[in-house]
Design a protein around this ligand. Structure first.
Ligand code: OSB
Ligand code: MG
Length: 368
């Protein structure tokens, strides 16, 4: 197979409601779609880089630049047996995993479509239904948070994750536990704390959370290992794990007991599968994180979540939680049991709505 052409598109998509995490608030997403023409078949990927470099160093602007000026030249005119080879070819570019992940995912979708099989089967997925959790942003008041959690539980979601930051942590968790003693509950700090804050984080042990996601520095595996020694609650790493090597170091040091895998953060399916397999071997459960994706990214997250060691509910929720109107057909729906049925069609199994995509596009560029 050969990638004949790549079309980059930036879409402006307004979120149904603002989403706040410890590092800032999102009102609108700049969605970067990567369409790859692979021998006449269109494969679709989404680059999950943010508007600002607060979650990761990458942004929509850096990703566009990398895709056009550095990644496309590495694959242009090149022959591949499978999409699995792509990540090695992109290796000369250091980092920029989200840019790589968008392109790589598009190639996987195209390969699956060429073969006439669902992408989740091509990557080695084994489930026909995935378990869904939700990620709830930081709210103005505890009452607002309680109402939001109740709404998501009523919708069927299997576990609740709330975002926390200093000053919006213990009180929130305590009140939630009073109201909902039985639910699967976890928190995500997006690196808002320091190791010195451990006594406060230790107090969270009283609330038997499933895990604390990324409490400390985004590159600080060592401090997470120190913190994990002090806590009963499992630490889950998100921001710290971009590569197989970092996952290996984190596990060996005891920095986490769970890993959140995001396709973009680890550079695509090849990176994700390597980390998945390592975790499987080491007895570390994984789940799929989200980045406020449009339907294209959501479809890829569903495929990824079918791998055998994705044993915890993913942050893959319904299109309707984020968008008035999604850009895929059908949109992502979640059952009252908190599951998504994995699609059976070829590739990602959802159809991009070209008219809608066209309407939302604020810039595009063809790489030939
Ligand atoms: O840390 O998982 C995170 C959104 C933006 C940046 C970082 C994170 C998140 C989420 C959203 O938690 C999850 C979702 O897409 O539903
Ligand atoms: Mg996270």
């Amino acid at each position: 197979m050969r990638i004949r052409k790549v079309t980059l598109r930036e879409l402006g998509m307004k979120l149904i409601a603002p989403f706040e995490i410890s590092s800032g608030v999102s009102y609108e997403r700049r969605i970067l779609l990567v369409e790859a023409d692979v021998d006449g078949v269109a494969g679709w990927g989404e680059c999950v880089a943010g508007e600002t470099p607060q979650y990761s160093p990458e942004t929509v602007e850096t990703a566009w630049h990398m895709l056009r000026d550095h990644l496309w030249p590495l694959v242009k005119g090149e022959e591949f047996e499978t999409a699995a080879e792509l990540s090695d070819r992109l290796e000369p570019v250091r980092g920029h995993n989200m840019a790589k992940g968008g392109l790589e995912a598009a190639a996987w979708d195209a390969e699956a479509k060429h073969k006439g099989i669902p992408l989740w089967k091509l990557i080695g997925g084994t489930r026909e239904e995935i378990a869904c959790g939700v990620s709830i942003g930081i709210k103005k008041s505890v009452e607002e948070l309680l109402a939001s959690v109740k709404k998501e539980l009523d919708a069927g979601y299997q576990r609740i994750k709330i975002k926390i930051k200093p000053g919006k942590d213990l009180e929130q968790v305590k009140r939630l536990r009073q109201e909902f003693p039985q639910i699967k509950l976890m928190v995500d700090a997006n690196s808002a704390y320091h190791l010195d804050d451990w006594p406060l984080l230790k107090e969270l042990d009283a609330f038997y959370l499933m895990m604390i996601e990324q409490p400390l520095g985004w590159e600080d595996i060592y401090s997470h290992a120190e913190l994990q020694k002090k806590l009963v609650t499992p630490i889950c790493l998100d921001e710290c794990v971009h590569t197989f090597e970092q996952a290996r170091a984190a596990i060996a040091l005891g920095a986490c007991k769970i890993i959140n895998i995001k396709l973009g953060r680890v550079g695509g399916y090849t990176g994700a599968r390597k980390i998945h397999d390592l975790c499987h071997e080491k007895g570390i459960p994984v789940w799929c994180g989200g980045m406020l994706e449009s339907g294209i990214g959501r479809a890829h997250n569903i495929a990824l979540s079918t791998l055998p060691n994705f044993t915890l509910p993913s942050d893959v929720s319904a299109s309707r939680r984020y968008w008035v109107e999604d850009i895929i057909e059908p949109e992502v729906m979640v059952s009252l049991g908190g599951t998504i049925r994995v699609p059976t069609g070829p590739g990602i199994g959802f159809e991009p709505r070209l008219n809608r995509i066209e309407k939302l596009t604020v810039r595009s560029e063809q790489l030939t």
